[in-house]
Design a protein around this ligand. Structure first.
Ligand code: GLN
Ligand code: ZN
Length: 787
């Protein structure tokens, strides 16, 4: 029995949180004990049913496998771990009698249980989504226990929908895994591939039995250097998929030992060797995979040769961008699709470049966007329509979608000529930039001038910027937004909050103070709201991890800063203390990383525009008397391209943007930066090239590992490795902090070392914050005595 034909249009995945964050709310209610497991699963099924209904309305077919069953409650990698029963030994007790992992158990993996820390969270490729890292050892069990996924498929089938279940593919799964604690040194999870593949074979059987006709295996790992090396002809990918494809395809409706047809997706770049684009797909096709997908937005078009080699295998062209929010250029997409179809000689299906998990649900749900924007935008729902329309155009000819083509054209034209998309003043400024705009005076000289001005003790203490955002702060912000308190009342409230935070820091004895950032909802959105060229959304939530969502702003035009906005707060805070107080800004790279960026010019150009806007703010902070300005770049590592070959160019423009933002400052102004959320070992040279006078960096959780890298590199500027892990309410003892300071002092010259927490304190409560900072200051003072 041959496979059923693959549908003409599909998406790789859809946002899972619900259009009004229904799933987020249900999860949080469940975790706080307000909703039992049945209640949670009931809510989850409502979201699933709504998704299926919605996707059908938008043009997908409920019965032809075009709708992915991708309904992870928390994370799709966690769900794959559950389907494989691949519990780390430290969680082995969570297995059901048949090795399965139930909902409650999966939340223990995701969130820990008090005694055991959860699985590690890490960035999913170069996105702001975070997955739970599988922990694999030589003894990890692999089983075929896809009960939950099979249950979803079966339930939807009873409701008349044949969905396409989605799993992370075996190669990517093991590439994303780490060796579990206690595994022999150098153990590589990929060495377990045969056991994993055997379990996948079983899972495919279970899904066929549940009624799935197609299964989607996501292999975005093939777009990394490590994965690409495995995707060459004769490599591991070929071996793995030969085994998976070996079993015959089950006849729909009967389950006799067959498997569903396989769609293997790639995404997040070009799978395999970029110089031989499409070869990896041909490898998959040759061993009998029924459909293969390529990311045509971030990745390159498969070569004509690779397309011909696909033979009878369906090619799913990922031409609708899964990661950004711009309306598709339908006409040029159709050109590409027709070309692909002609070259491959086979039928081409239209798909998204990645799951739509990275974009919000629906432009139509927006009420606060400026009037010109909605027509230019495409969120998940609009993208589904785009895929369906393109598929129709491809099958039935351009005239069948003439109206849609025309509308898209009109939107694109209006975007191109809209006032502010290109601002001549901004363009003149970036065009006139010269090397001097990226360079400050000699660092030694700066250090002398700054010390003369600031008069700081050795081992100066400071914090990273935010202080606890209490319920009171959040309520006041919401009230101001609703208009239930006046602007003047809100301002008064913020001033009192700032005064409290400044007084607390003085009482604690910190050396360099902050104003505490109570006026900021989010470290990027706050800047987007104060810059021209940006728009904030009202409901544009995107899952970051688990139930956590962010609302990225949309950078649509040339960026500039109409007026100083951080200055009044900083000036007010400084007026309350004689100690130096830092101005606090978010850096250009982080602003880009956490926004949807325009797709009509290189990111490097946009970065320079943002940098100039920040440069203006720094000049105004200096004019107001600020002696220290911190420019946070926590996302510097996050945007690092997946492929080593692309990294140097990225690091070059991102470092230059930071320098452009900061090098207008006088040599007597101390520039700080702050980095977190990543391991920075491989980008130390770039951190040094930022040329900040002081760099604070997350380090407490790794027991200051980064200090050795910094010392090895010969890092010369001020450095504050975090000595207080702010990710939990735990109060570190004085002795523990003293130990970390000692570790740092063993590697870093004392005159370079700063003492600070790992990151901002906004998610903490006041009690633990004050107690922890008290210990930080005491440990720093004690360390000074021993010098
Ligand atoms: N200044 C910011 C804060 O303290 C930095 C946050 C961050 O690095 N993520 O909140
Ligand atoms: Zn941080």
């Amino acid at each position: 029995m041959t496979a059923k034909t693959f549908p003409a249009a599909t998406i790789l995945g859809y946002p899972r949180i619900g259009p009004n964050r229904e799933l987020k709310k249900a999860l949080e209610a469940h975790w706080s004990g307000r909703l039992d497991e049945d209640g949670l699963l009931f809510e989850a099924r409502k979201v699933q049913d709504r998704t299926v209904r919605r996707l059908v309305q938008l043009g997908l077919d409920a019965a032809d496998s075009s709708i992915p069953a991708d309904f992870a409650l928390y994370d799709q990698v966690l769900d794959t771990t559950a389907a494989l029963g691949a519990l780390p030994s430290r969680f082995a007790d969570l297995a059901d009698s048949d090795g399965g992992v139930g909902t409650a158990a999966s939340f223990v993996l995701a969130r820990g249980d008090g005694e055991r820390p959860p699985l590690e969270l890490t960035k999913w490729f170069d996105t702001n989504y975070h997955y739970l890292v599988p922990e694999i050892g030589p003894e990890t069990c692999f089983a075929a226990v896809a009960h939950q996924l099979a249950g979803i498929v079966r339930r939807q089938k009873d409701r008349g929908a044949v969905l396409r279940p989605v799993l992370v593919g075996p190669v990517t799964y093991l590439l994303l895994a780490k060796a579990e604690d206690g595994a022999p040194a150098g153990f590589d999870p990929l060495t377990r591939i045969d056991d994993a593949v055997a379990a996948y074979v079983g899972i495919l059987g279970q899904l066929a039995e549940a009624g799935a006709e197609w299964v989607q295996l996501d292999e975005p790992g093939l777009s990394t250097d490590a994965g690409a090396a495995l995707a060459a002809p004769g490599g591991l990918v070929e071996q793995v998929y030969r085994k998976l494809a070996e079993a015959p395809v089950a006849a729909p409706g009967r389950h006799a030992n067959g498997r569903p047809a396989l769609l293997v997706t790639t995404g997040y770049g070009t799978a395999g060797d970029p110089a031989r684009a499409g070869e990896a797909l041909a490898v998959l096709a040759a061993v009998g995979v029924e459909a293969v997908h390529a990311d045509l937005v971030r990745g390159s078009l498969p070569s004509a040769e690779a397309l011909r080699a696909l033979g009878g295998t369906r090619f799913v062209a990922g031409i609708v961008d899964g990661r950004n929010v711009w309306r598709n250029n339908l006409l040029s997409s159709l050109d590409v699709l027709e070309d692909l179809q002609a070259q491959s000689g086979a039928a081409v299906s239209v798909g998204t470049s990645t799951s739509l998990l990275h974009v919000p649900h629906d432009v139509a749900a927006e009420s606060v966007l400026p009037a010109h924007l909605p027509a230019w935008l495409s969120f998940a729902d609009q993208k589904v329509r785009e895929a369906a329309v393109l598929a129709r155009g491809l099958a039935e000819g351009r005239s069948s979608i003439a109206a849609e083509l025309q509308n898209a054209e009109a939107a694109l034209r209006s975007r191109a000529k809209y006032d502010g998309v290109v601002s001549p003043a901004v363009r003149q400024r970036t065009a006139a930039l010269g090397e001097a705009d990226f360079t400050r005076g000699p660092a030694e000289r700066r250090a002398e001038l700054q010390q003369a001005r600031l008069g700081l003790p050795v081992l100066p203490t400071t914090t990273i910027g935010s202080f606890p955002q209490t319920g009171e702060v959040r309520r006041a912000r919401a009230a101001a937004q609703k208009g239930s308190i006046t602007e003047a009342e809100y301002e008064q409230f913020l001033k009192e909050e700032i005064a409290r935070v400044v007084a607390l820091q003085e009482e604690l004895g910190l050396d360099v103070l902050v104003h505490g950032e109570p006026e900021r909802n989010d470290m990027v959105q706050y800047f987007a709201e104060n810059f021209d060229g940006f728009a904030a959304t009202g409901n544009g939530w995107v899952q970051s991890y688990g139930s956590r969502c962010t609302r990225p702003s949309i950078l649509w035009g040339d960026v500039s800063r109409p007026a100083a906005f951080t200055v009044p707060w900083t000036r007010y805070a400084q007026s309350l203390t004689r100690r130096p107080l830092k101005g606090m800004l978010t850096g250009p790279v982080t602003i880009l990383a956490w926004s949807f960026v325009r797709d009509d010019q290189p990111l490097a150009e946009t970065a320079n525009q943002v940098a100039l806007a920040l440069r203006d703010e720094i000049a105004d902070l200096e004019a107001a008397g600020t002696g220290i300005v911190q420019v946070d770049e926590p996302a510097l590592r996050e945007l690092l391209p997946l492929r080593a070959a692309d990294q140097a160019a990225y690091l070059d423009w991102s470092v230059r943007a930071f320098r452009l933002a900061t090098s207008g400052a006088s040599d007597a102004t101390q520039i700080h930066t702050h980095l977190c959320y990543s391991e920075f070992g491989e980008v130390i040279a770039a951190i040094a090239a930022l040329d900040a006078d002081v760099t604070s960096i997350e380090a407490a959780r790794s027991r200051l590992e980064v200090v050795a890298d910094l010392a090895g590199f010969g890092f010369r500027r001020g450095i504050g490795p975090g000595v207080y892990d702010i990710h939990s309410p735990r109060v570190p003892s004085r002795e523990e902090i003293a130990g970390l300071i000692e570790t740092a002092l063993a590697a870093i010259p004392v005159r370079q070392l700063w003492i600070n927490p790992d990151c901002g304190l906004k998610t903490r409560g006041y009690e633990e914050t004050a107690a922890s900072l008290r210990n930080v200051v005491a440990a720093a003072k004690a360390a000074r005595e021993t010098l």
